[in-house]
Design a binder for this molecule. Sequence first.
Ligand SMILES: NC(=O)c1ccc[n+]([C@@H]2O[C@H](COP(=O)([O-])OP(=O)(O)OC[C@H]3O[C@@H](n4cnc5c(N)ncnc54)[C@H](OP(=O)(O)O)[C@@H]3O)[C@@H](O)[C@H]2O)c1
Length: 370
Amino acid sequence: MRCLTPLSETTPGDPSVRRLDSRLALLTSADPVPGEGQVLIRVRAAGVNRADVAQARGHYAPPSGAPVSLGLECSGTVIATGPGATRWQVGDAVCALVTGGACADLCLAQESHVLPLPLTSLDPAADPRFTPGFSPLSDEDVLETRVPRELAPHVLAATLVEAAATAWLNLVEVGGFSRDPAENQGRSVLVQGGTGSVGTIAIQVARALGCRVLATAGSPERAVACVSLGAHAALDRHDELAPFIATHTDGRGVDLVLDVTGAGSLGPNLNALAQGGTLVVIGLLGGGVGEIDLRRLLMRNLTVRGTTLRSRTSARRAEVCDALETWVWPLVRRGLVRPVLAEVAPLEDAARIHESMRAGGRIGSRVLLP
Ligand SMILES: NC(=O)c1ccc[n+]([C@@H]2O[C@H](COP(=O)([O-])OP(=O)(O)OC[C@H]3O[C@@H](n4cnc5c(N)ncnc54)[C@H](OP(=O)(O)O)[C@@H]3O)[C@@H](O)[C@H]2O)c1
């Protein structure tokens, strides 16, 4: 099988290595065998994440025990099950959250980190869970991205697993929003990076949870895209945050900031919070070292949290997967959370897709097809 691997993890001259660029290679190796509690998935689609891009550039070491090959999420078909793995059968169409190795022909996953596809077909008649009249990926999407129709449910799933898990974890488990939209009335969130893979889904999940949703994006046009995804208002992130927050929260501030920029927006993010509010930092696109005025934290009872999904224990990741299946997949089927597909390309084009993610400019998630 082939798997996408940082070039630095391969041996020069090894004939099983196909170099893609100065950072990435496709490594051919023997097919893996599922161990205790694992399943082996023939990958049909794999999501691309910033962590892959950072890892390939030597800026992000995978947590201990994680595969060195790249890819945190995939969808496909179960082709083998290991000892003690009882939930899934050979032939099941699934998607999975993994700690590495998803951008490959085959991927091992813990069975508790494997989920059904949120939708098994784009045809409402073929999937009884479909909300009538709702298409999760329009014909236009399918044509524009040249995704074969039968592959679309897999592509859709591969855009969602990591982003939806991150959104749910940080809005609900960490951020404290209720699963019951009625209890979130009057509560608000600012999604920094609303056009990204995580941001596009976080806006929709937060809206479905009944929160007031504010977002930022890299241009006025991209801010409009955030509003079309469900944000109540959105700001070009080059403009001043404070008046925007004051206008859209009646001067109160937001209860939660979900932030991908880190040091880049630390001060404005803290100023954006209401009394007792929480800043959750999930990314460091604007830098990792910043200064906090602790007086603000004290006087306004603020909390600053940092979280990563990948470094959580296997049991905690299983809980997040359960929550996705129970709470988020129904939102997808009801049309309240739609995947946003930025780009789809063959696995061999991974270097171009990584560069495209670094460059930005598109909206949503990128997917590789082995
Ligand atoms: N902690 C976790 O568990 C976890 C899980 C998944 C992802 N992440 C992290 O979350 C961050 C976002 O991930 P993603 O998948 O959404 O990435 P993405 O698809 O590349 O989107 C990033 C978004 O952030 C915005 N942005 C704001 N400030 C930026 C800056 N200084 N440089 C570049 N973009 C900036 C961009 O919006 P505009 O282009 O409109 O400006 C872009 O749409 C990454 O750092 C990723 O590693 C963390």
